[in-house]
Design a protein around this ligand. Structure first.
Ligand code: 26V
Length: 831
């Protein structure tokens, strides 16, 4: 990028002066806004529509951040500080406007300036389509982390993919999920900057050959085809600190001479069409988040963004004369799960084949430059690539992986002797059911550190999933419990609670969340409790309006709001939640329960299912079917409502979380790596009903047993029951409440009498269910009774809610980033 000075030789005084932000005043903002409306959107105020106004507003906010962004990028080249390169296939960013206004302290100024132009800024907020470039927890975590890193002034580049279509839009037809494309770029994308001049060429396929390089035998890759990776830069402003980091997302564009030879037949039309082949690489986010399908396009995506990112960092971020032996002092590439792990052989290829370093020197550098975060425990979610596919698409990388593996297995033999079973178990190459590359193993071998995302998860990684590696390198393994950004999930999402907290504690909590501890004392203050409760009520009203605007039912006053918002997965056990609803409904209708004892509740679900995940889709259908019957049945006198707004996303989460009373975190112990929704809900004063799983364990420890509803088997109990043989039918027979609920579903009570609709789901629960919903049912219902009793004492409930907020400061992503900096990255903030 040309800067104002350097190669250019300007003489005009303005061209030499540093870039400055417009005046931070209402008049200055209004002037800039109107200019942008005129000169960027090409409309006058009177001819503009809300989209023009939204775009002009976005441009204006950008203008204020621009000067700092230039500074911080220039500094990155000259400074000696280490840069965190966060490599992630997903960033679930959520809307940008409010976040950037807040960071730049412009919210009030912009609101007033627009009001003076006759515009309600709220109308413009609604226009923004959130960039949904992620599936769930892993993508949202990446977004929270880059926010915290900017706020802490840590030089960071987030690298990823600019998918043209993000996570699908979910709609329901007859209660069943329908997927629609997410054309988030349709109305323009004011927050990113394309830099085609900084494109990287990314190669694929072909062959490798050796050659004599002045007496040294070297290998080179002779690729068959290539694409351009064009970077799109987004600003990542820190909160109130003037820092602006960069998120660099790559888009695939066909090269001029796109000559995939099969298409190169002299047929012009055919060859233009061939371009779409290349451009498909960044076309769409894969909507699966548990079962890797081994799809070629996905491997292309992974290599595409990682190769572009590594090349970009070396060529454009480091100074031209940089000595690559020093690379570990200047960068850490953090691998967000296994998706970017192909970066390991890629860096080796760059160092050995292109920069001509010795293998051993290159390997020593590479091992120091990567660290790996694992986000799962489900064996089926651990990515493997068939040797066949990987060798076809990236032949040189496969050779490098083989050599890494050979040398690693020699090390294993030296350490543990010729234990062939152990060698087979630890090999990066798996043999069954087909030859494959185990990406988690490659990451573990290559990474300087390996971390899980909550204490329990990290423990289980060490004890089970990566046991042999932990025995070999105990110091490599560490834990960093996840966190969430308090800017988006408290300050922006819950303005009334934020104001109340600021009034009580001062403003510093936004960047020092442990200060929330100061609220503990106020839990016993009746006046504060009243105000806290009033905030919840008003947040429920706000959610109600949001739901109505989306064409959903409103909330009923006085209901407890019981929420389960997360991806739809069997291990998360939305079915257990449904069984509770059905059981309560059946209890009222049959007279087993006295309706006067049942707390009025609204059960709110938000969840997308992977389009190819049949069982998850059936569960969605069941939730909607149960909701329709229960919500309409007069016998429950409006006491039970089920709401399932379609298309749960970050924006909707921001309205639901502040309104929630009860947070459902009911996965089978040992299956949820961490969870982060659990943190957001506790931080906003919801009480958790949960198993001893993931970060629930730590939430409970912090908020205290009195303020958390624990139920279910512990992880060791789960293992023991599984080993002994899980017989769901025993649990079905053993609890009348469970039997009645299941029988009701099986009898077709929620499918118009048709017994076939939910039969596969019921049989799964009764005869298979790896996630043992029935085993935890009784304990879950008992815990729900405790919830009802606790809610009946409103004063006690509000007190517990305040204590949840007060004791959730640990779950700030700022704390998580400090832990990464100390334990893994060994990097420091810049002044
Ligand atoms: C896996 C796959 C497998 C191949 C197909 C595409 C795809 C996309 C994403 C993933 C990652 C799934 C793992 C994940 O999201 N884990 C979640 O990470 C959260 C942040 O650490 C954590 O809180 C959740 O417990 C964990 O499920």
């Amino acid at each position: 990028m040309p800067e104002n000075t350097s190669e250019l030789r300007p003489t005009h005084p303005l061209a030499i002066a540093p870039v400055v932000a417009p005046a931070a005043s209402v008049d200055g903002f209004a002037k800039q806004f109107l200019q942008n409306l005129n000169f960027d959107q090409g409309v006058t105020l009177s001819t503009s529509d809300v989209n023009d106004q939204y775009l002009a507003l976005a441009y204006t906010v950008r203008d204020y951040l621009m000067a700092r962004w230039f500074d911080d990028r220039a500094q990155q080249k000259t400074q000696q500080a280490k840069t965190v390169c966060y490599l992630s296939a997903e960033y679930l960013l959520g809307r940008q406007l409010d976040n950037n206004l807040l960071a730049a302290r412009l919210t009030d100024i912009a609101t007033e300036a627009l009001a003076q132009c006759g515009i309600d800024i709220d109308d413009l907020r609604q226009v923004e389509i959130e960039p949904g470039l992620g599936n769930g927890g892993l993508g949202r975590l990446a977004a929270c982390f880059i926010d915290s890193l900017a706020t802490m002034s840590v030089p960071t580049i987030g690298y990823g993919i600019r998918y043209e279509y993000g996570i699908f839009r979910q709609a329901f037809a007859d209660g069943q999920q329908i997927e629609q494309p997410d054309a988030w770029l349709r109305m323009g994308s004011p927050w990113d900057f394309a830099h085609p001049e900084a494109a990287q060429t990314i190669s694929f396929a072909g062959t490798t050959e050796t050659y004599d390089d002045d007496g040294v035998e070297r290998t080179r890759w002779v690729p068959e085809w290539n694409v351009l990776a064009v970077p799109y830069n987004m600003m990542v402003p820190g909160y109130h600190n003037g820092r602006v980091n960069t998120l660099r997302l790559w888009r695939a564009v066909a090269t001029n001479a796109f000559d995939l030879h099969t298409f190169n037949s002299g047929d012009y039309v055919q060859s233009v069409r061939a371009q779409t082949f290349a451009e498909n690489i960044s076309k769409v986010l894969y909507p699966e988040d548990s079962t890797p399908q081994g799809k070629e396009l996905r491997l292309q995506q992974q290599y595409f963004f990682v190769a572009a990112s590594i090349a970009d960092f070396i060529e454009n971020v480091l100074p031209g004369d940089f000595d690559l032996e020093q690379l570990p002092e200047r960068v850490i590439f953090q691998l967000n799960d296994t998706h970017p792990v192909i970066g390991v052989p890629e860096l080796m290829r760059v160092l050995v084949d292109e920069k001509k370093l010795e293998w051993d020197a290159a390997w020593a550098i590479t091992q120091k430059c990567f660290a790996y975060t694992c986000h799962t425990l489900l064996p089926e979610a651990l990515e493997v690539w068939s040797v066949d596919l990987l060798g076809r698409l990236l032949p040189r990388h496969l050779e490098i992986i083989y050599r890494i593996n050979d040398e690693f297995l020699l090390e294993v033999r030296e350490r543990f002797g010729d234990d062939e079973m152990l060698i087979r178990n630890m090999s990066i190459i798996g043999e069954h059911p087909y030859r494959s590359v185990r990406m988690a193993y490659l990451a573990t071998v290559a990474g300087s550190k390996v971390n899980g995302v909550a204490e329990l998860h990290s423990q289980l990684l060490r004890d089970n999933v990566l046991k042999d590696f932990a025995a070999m390198w105990p110091d490599k393994f560490t834990n960093v419990t996840n966190g969430v950004t308090p800017r988006r999930f408290l300050r922006l999402a819950n303005p009334d609670l934020s104001a109340l907290i600021t009034e009580a504690l001062g403003a510093g909590w936004t960047v020092d969340l442990e200060r929330l501890r100061g609220l503990e004392a106020l839990a016993d203050d009746a006046d504060f409790r009243e105000r806290f409760a009033a905030v919840k009520v008003s947040n429920k009203r706000r959610l109600s309006r949001v739901l109505e605007a989306r064409g959903e039912d409103a909330l009923d006053d006085g209901h407890m709001l019981d929420v389960m918002i997360k991806r739809l997965h069997e291990y998360k056990r939305q079915t257990l939640k449904v069984l509770h609803i059905v059981s309560t409904y059946e209890g009222i209708v049959s007279g087993r329960l006295d309706i006067a004892d049942v707390q009025a509740r609204t059960f709110l679900f938000g969840a997308k299912a992977a389009p190819g995940y049949g069982m998850a889709k059936r569960i969605i259908h069941l939730i909607n079917a149960v909701g329709e019957v229960v919500s309409a049945d007069e016998r429950v006198q409006g006491k039970l409502k089920v709401l399932y707004p379609a298309n749960y996303n970050v924006t909707l989460a921001e309205s639901i979380i502040p309104a929630a009373d009860l947070s459902e975190q009911i996965s089978l112990a040992g299956k949820e790596a961490s969870g982060t929704g659990n943190m957001k809900l506790a931080l906003n004063g919801a009480l958790t009903i949960g198993t001893d799983d993931g970060a629930n364990v730590e939430i409970r420890k912090l908020v205290g047993d009195d303020n958390f509803f624990l139920f279910g088997m512990s992880e060791p109990e789960v293992e023991a029951l599984w080993a002994e043989g899980y017989r769901p039918a025993d649990f079905y027979q053993g609890d009348e409440r469970l039997r009645s609920a299941i029988d009701l579903i099986a009898a077709g009570a929620f499918s118009g009498g048709d017994r076939t609709v939910f039969e596969p789901l019921v049989s799964n629960l009764l005869y298979e269910d790896r996630f043992m919903a029935l085993a935890d049912f009784s304990s879950y219902l008992d815990a729900q009774d405790r919830v009802d009793a606790a809610y009946a004492d409103q004063d006690g409930w509000v007190r517990a809610a305040i204590l949840n907020v007060a004791r959730s400061g640990y779950f700030s992503s700022d704390r998580a980033m400090r832990d990464y900096l100390e334990r893994i990255w060994h990097a420091t903030p810049v002044s």
